[in-house]
Ligand binder design. Sequence first.
Ligand SMILES: CC(C)(COP(=O)(O)OP(=O)(O)OC[C@H]1O[C@@H](n2cnc3c(N)ncnc32)[C@H](O)[C@@H]1OP(=O)(O)O)[C@@H](O)C(=O)NCCC(=O)NCCS
Length: 143
Amino acid sequence: MKIIKASRKHISSIARIISVLDTEHYRFSDTKRIAALVSKGWYFIALKGNQPIGAMCLEPIEGSYQIDTIASRQKGTGRRLIQFAIQKCKKEKMPKLWCWSLTRYHAKGFYVAMGFEERFLLKKQWFGENCYLFGMVITPNSK
Ligand SMILES: CC(C)(COP(=O)(O)OP(=O)(O)OC[C@H]1O[C@@H](n2cnc3c(N)ncnc32)[C@H](O)[C@@H]1OP(=O)(O)O)[C@@H](O)C(=O)NCCC(=O)NCCS
C-alpha cells in the first residue's frame, strides 16, 4: 500500500470512499468540495496497486493539522493514514493533530487505538449532534 497526494483524477474515488461520512445535514462527498480540497493539496489517497482503498484530508489550521475526513475500505488502511499524518506533522514541525468525529461514526475506539490522548465529547455540537474532539500532541517520539 502507498499513500500519495491526491490529484483531480482521484476525485470520484475519494467521493465514493468518503461518502460513508455523509449525513442528512452535510455531504463530505460533494465533488466540488473535494475538488477544492484536492486543488489545495490537502487530500491524500491510499492505493493498493492502482486501487484507491482509503482517503484522508489534512487541513492546516492555525499551526496544527485537522483531519477533515478519513475513511478506509480495507483494514489496516486507517492506521497507515494516521501514521502518514503523524509523519507529515513531524516533518513540518506541526505540534498538533486533531479532528472532530460525530458519535454516530462509532470511531472512538479507532482514535484511542491510534494514540489520540485527548478525547472530549461535545453534546449537540454539530447541527445538534453529539461530536467528539480527538487530539494528539506531536513529539519527536510520535509514531
Ligand atoms: C474508522 C476507520 C477510518 C478505521 O479504518 P480501518 O482501516 O478499519 O482501521 P485499522 O484497521 O487500521 O484499525 C486500527 C486499529 O483501530 C481499531 N479500530 C478500527 N476501527 C475501529 C472502531 N470503529 N472501533 C474500535 N476500534 C476500531 C482496529 O481494531 C485496530 O486496532 P488494533 O491494531 O489494536 O487491532 C474506518 O473504519 C472507516 O472508514 N470508518 C467509516 C468512516 C469513519 O468513521 N471515519 C472516521 C470518522 S471521523
